[in-house]
Design a protein around this ligand. Structure first.
Ligand code: UDX
Length: 454
């Protein structure tokens, strides 16, 4: 669908990696660019597009921007597969195959198609591609279009990605299980606190020929071919707009439940859009939460349990926990997370340390217990606990006693000190968005760059 926008405005194509965490931050960028009068084409895979357009307000939200439109391309999977399938497992060799042989040609064909030739918004003047879609930077280069590589993950994880060749050269990566607490000295600025266990998850590869390690090294190197780089961060950094684009159906009943809870009494529990947990981990977390004595709101994504077994002890434990949860707990399959974090009843966040969740929690001033799963989450949680001191890191340690202890630390024992640093970080985030703030100035710089491209 082509709409008429301003002819003198630049026309930017935004292309995220097709999973929730990446789409969210890039769609927010699209929205602020539209608010600044830039024409934007946002590219989704067909499967993701049909998922969220049927469930959320995305279409109506963007309907007010005449210079905005969505385009879709195939990801090589049939539309009846769940939108979470096919791109969340970085060890999936088929995923690399689809990126190279389906999505790359689909992207190029779309850009050179008649749709863009007759577009009333003018030719594409700039491509903003996800930092892990290096081929999009190459396609931009082939077509002579300036490109920006956008890192949806934290700046601290990006620093590590850029140091990976050096880490390999010095034998820091891959590492053995017994080295987990060894300090890594080859990432500038992190020498005093970066342990092996804090490196992105794919560094735990047993050998150097691991597909996800190869993928990240290659993508990081491709991204250097972009005309410019954009990091999703503030001086520590903040998301600029509050709107969201869920691929899952939000259950708003949790807001009514939150309304009835005392101020700052609830622990919000969510492990993002791709993390998976085993039945044992699930039960340990559940026991830990119930035993902590605190109220909790838990997002249990239906596709987050690795396998549901019918082992009698598990079935019994689950029945017991369901009964115990009635008193102080509430569960949903997907929540309006930013609203939840900003609700006055929420006092803590038990999170997987996805970068969007971390930023959203910082902005809302909510301290965290971090249980990182993959990729950048390992280093995000280390920064949360050791550098910013706005939470605790439960990395590699999921049992009910630890969960109970850390939830009590979060809500009682360490509450005061955590709230001091959390308030500082939230304030820093607010200031960075003001007209004298660093995020505001950086955004002005981005606009200038984009305007020069047309
Ligand atoms: C993944 C990575 O883990 C993350 O670190 C990387 O930067 C992007 O890809 P994901 O697991 O999706 O992301 O986590 P996260 O980055 O936290 O994004 C999840 C998003 O879903 C957040 O914006 C959050 O607000 C939203 N969400 C989550 C909901 O709206 N409702 C929920 O119930 C749970």
């Amino acid at each position: 669908m082509v709409k008429t926008g301003s002819l003198i405005s630049p026309h930017v194509v935004i292309f995220p990696f097709p999973i929730q965490g990446h789409i969210n931050s890039m769609l927010k960028l699209a929205e602020v660019l539209c608010l600044s009068g830039i024409n934007v084409t946002f590219i989704n895979t067909q499967r993701n597009h049909s998922s969220y357009l049927s469930f959320s307000d995305v279409q109506s939200r963007f309907g007010c921007f005449p210079g905005f439109c969505f385009e879709t391309i195939s990801d090589g999977l049939s539309t009846d597969q769940p939108h979470s399938a096919g791109f969340r497992n970085s060890q999936d060799v088929d995923m690399f195959h689809r990126l190279k042989n389906v999505i790359r040609p689909g992207f190029r064909d779309l850009l050179t198609s008649d749709r863009f030739k007759i577009d009333a918004r003018g030719p594409v003047s700039c491509i903003i591609a996800d930092g892990i879609l290096g081929f999009a930077i190459d396609v931009a280069g082939e077509l002579g279009i300036p490109s920006i590589s956008f890192r949806t993950s934290s700046a601290c994880s990006s620093s590590i990605y850029f140091c990976l060749p050096k880490l390999i050269e010095h034998g820091d990566v891959p590492f053995k299980d017994e080295d987990m607490d060894r300090l890594i000295k080859n990432v500038p600025g992190m020498e005093s606190f970066l342990r092996c266990r804090d490196l992105p998850s794919f560094c735990r590869a047993k050998d150097l020929n691991h597909p996800s390690l190869d993928f990240v090294i290659a993508e990081t190197s491709y991204s250097t071919r972009a005309t410019a780089h954009l990091l999703n961060t503030f001086d520590i950094e903040a998301p600029s707009v509050s709107s969201n684009a869920s691929l899952y159906k939000e259950d708003r009943s949790c807001m009514t439940w939150l309304d009835k809870q005392p101020e700052k009494s609830v622990v919000y529990v969510s492990f993002g859009s791709i993390a998976m947990v085993s039945r044992e981990q699930w039960l340990e977390i559940w026991y830990g939460l119930v035993n902590s004595g605190h109220r909790f709101l838990w997002v249990k994504r239906p596709d987050s349990l690795l396998a549901k077994d019918d082992e009698e002890s598990h079935v019994q434990a689950e029945a017991e926990l369901i009964e115990a949860t009635k008193e102080r707990g509430y569960t949903v399959e997907w929540a309006p997370q930013e609203e939840v974090l900003n609700h006055s009843s929420v006092g803590g966040f038990f999170t997987h340390s996805g970068w969007n969740s971390t930023l959203e929690s910082m902005v809302a001033g909510v301290p965290m217990v971090c249980w990182p799963h993959l990729a950048d989450q390992q280093i995000n949680s280390r920064y949360v606990s050791e550098v910013w001191k706005i939470g605790m890191d439960m990395k590699d340690n999921c049992n009910r006693l630890t969960v109970e202890k850390l939830i009590r630390d979060l809500m009682d024992v360490k509450r005061e000190e955590l709230m001091k640093s959390t308030a500082k970080v939230a304030d820093m985030a607010r200031q960075s968005k003001g007209s004298d703030g660093s995020s505001y100035r950086n955004y002005e710089g981005l606009l200038q760059f984009i305007r020069k491209t047309c």
